[in-house]
Design a protein around this ligand. Structure first.
Ligand code: ADP
Ligand code: MG
Length: 385
């Protein structure tokens, strides 16, 4: 947990003014992987780790930001043309500022200090936490209240244009709108959501970080997006009304699948099946049916591994080790894949054994002890302090 006193002190020491504080969480996706950019459904929740920004407006149009995680202060001028992509951490913040401006939110300059306990690059979306917390901070000290769905779209656009990751809407959406005690069943087409209460009195959410991030992640991600688009293009000849894989039922897919060449056929099978699984999972959770939830998570992992081919040895090993623990209800990779983390539902009474067996099993095979986080369900972006 971030100490607000320490963050406030670092802010005052650097800028000499009294800040307001804003925070946005990281996230973990229970099920619904690679469905967001297919107009489908996802079921993420905000974790209890977050990025916190201390901010105070300036009378000019300069934005100065210090990241305590990086130990560096950087700045940009809102009246400048923008450097475009530089592949540095400031891109995320300058990106959201420039997208806000382009959408008519004329921002004031600001001094900011930020600090995060969302691990970077672990697939828990430290980037969305950074975008949404800094967007909320810059908008708020400029006197704007931005609708949270619009804020999520601003974060996504910034990541597309200023970072170059063609992400879906899930990460920014749950960072902006997450609700304590609930996962969000997000309809990525209508951008509406339904809060799904998760009873965590007996079941804990355990996140296991493989500690690896294979370099194929972003090129393969973009390749999968193209394969899905190609699938829609081909299927449209027989199903003229469709605009995304969201519109294709499993029955329709089974009738027409012969017309799809591999690997497009397998990619489509994953997405169409995963959307159905996500809806079934939200029903199961509403009925506290963790047995069904666990089965759906296992099917999701197999589908991501075999049909979508975005898993890797480390993720498969972590899931296998978790599934072997008595007391594990469900286990699957979460996030884009090729490394990052797994999400697990584990009976609280078995958590110690889970940590021991998964931790030592993973270390024995890889020589690397994994970070295992047990997370409560956090809340979306807000002003704090
Ligand atoms: P993920 O979102 O899965 O954690 P990404 O590669 O998408 O991984 O985002 C990680 C990047 O976000 C970091 O390399 C860094 O540039 C930026 N970032 C995240 N948190 C911070 C922070 N607290 N301070 C500075 N930069 C950060
Ligand atoms: Mg990210």
């Amino acid at each position: 947990m971030i100490d607000l006193n320490a963050l406030g002190k670092a802010f005052r020491d650097e800028y000499g003014t009294e800040p307001r504080f804003f925070a946005a969480p990281g996230r973990v996706n229970l099920i619904g992987e690679h469905t967001d950019y297919n107009d489908g459904f996802v079921l993420p929740l905000a974790i209890d780790r977050r990025t916190t920004v201390a901010a105070h407006p300036r009378n000019d149009r300069l934005v100065r930001v210090r990241s305590l995680n990086i130990g560096e202060t950087m700045s940009f001028d809102l009246d400048g043309t923008g450097e475009g992509r530089r592949d540095i951490w400031l891109d995320y913040i300058e990106g959201v500022a420039r997208v806000c401006e382009s959408r008519g939110f004329h921002l004031r300059g600001a001094d900011m200090t930020l600090c995060s306990d969302v691990p970077e690059g672990a697939g828990l979306s430290s980037s969305a936490a950074l975008e949404i917390s800094s967007a909320l901070a810059m908008a708020s000290v400029s006197g704007f209240v931005i609708d949270p769905v619009k804020m999520a779209l601003i974060g996504q656009q910034a990541e597309h244009q200023y970072v170059g990751t063609m992400c879906g809407i899930m990460d920014q959406y749950v960072a902006a709108l997450g609700e304590a005690g609930h996962a969000l069943l997000i309809d990525c087409r209508s951008l509406e959501y339904k809060p799904i209460p998760i009873d965590t009195s007996d079941i804990a959410i355990a996140i296991c970080d493989t500690g690896v991030k294979h370099s194929l992640a972003s090129s393969e991600y973009n390749a999968r997006r193209r394969e899905c688009e190609r699938g829609v293009q081909i299927l449209r000849e027989w199903l003229p009304g469709i605009t995304a894989l969201r519109d294709v039922t499993m029955e329709q897919f089974e009738i027409h699948q012969e017309k799809l060449p591999e690997p497009i056929r397998s990619r489509c099978r994953h997405v169409i099946g995963e959307i159905a699984r996500t809806l079934a999972a939200s029903e199961a959770l509403l009925h506290r049916d963790f047995t069904t939830m666990g089965r759906l998570m296992a099917e999701s992992h197999r589908s991501l591994r075999d049909d979508y081919e975005v898993s890797c040895e480390e993720l498969d090993l972590m899931v296998e080790l978790a599934a072997a623990v008595d007391g594990t209800v469900g286990a699957r990779m979460t996030g884009g894949g090729f490394g990052g983390s797994t999400v697990n539902l584990v009976h609280r009474g078995s958590l110690e054994m889970f940590r021991e067996m998964v931790g030592s099993g993973y270390a024995a095979k890889t020589g690397h002890a994994p970070a295992i986080y047990v997370s409560e369900i956090g809340e979306g972006a807000r002003e704090i302090g």
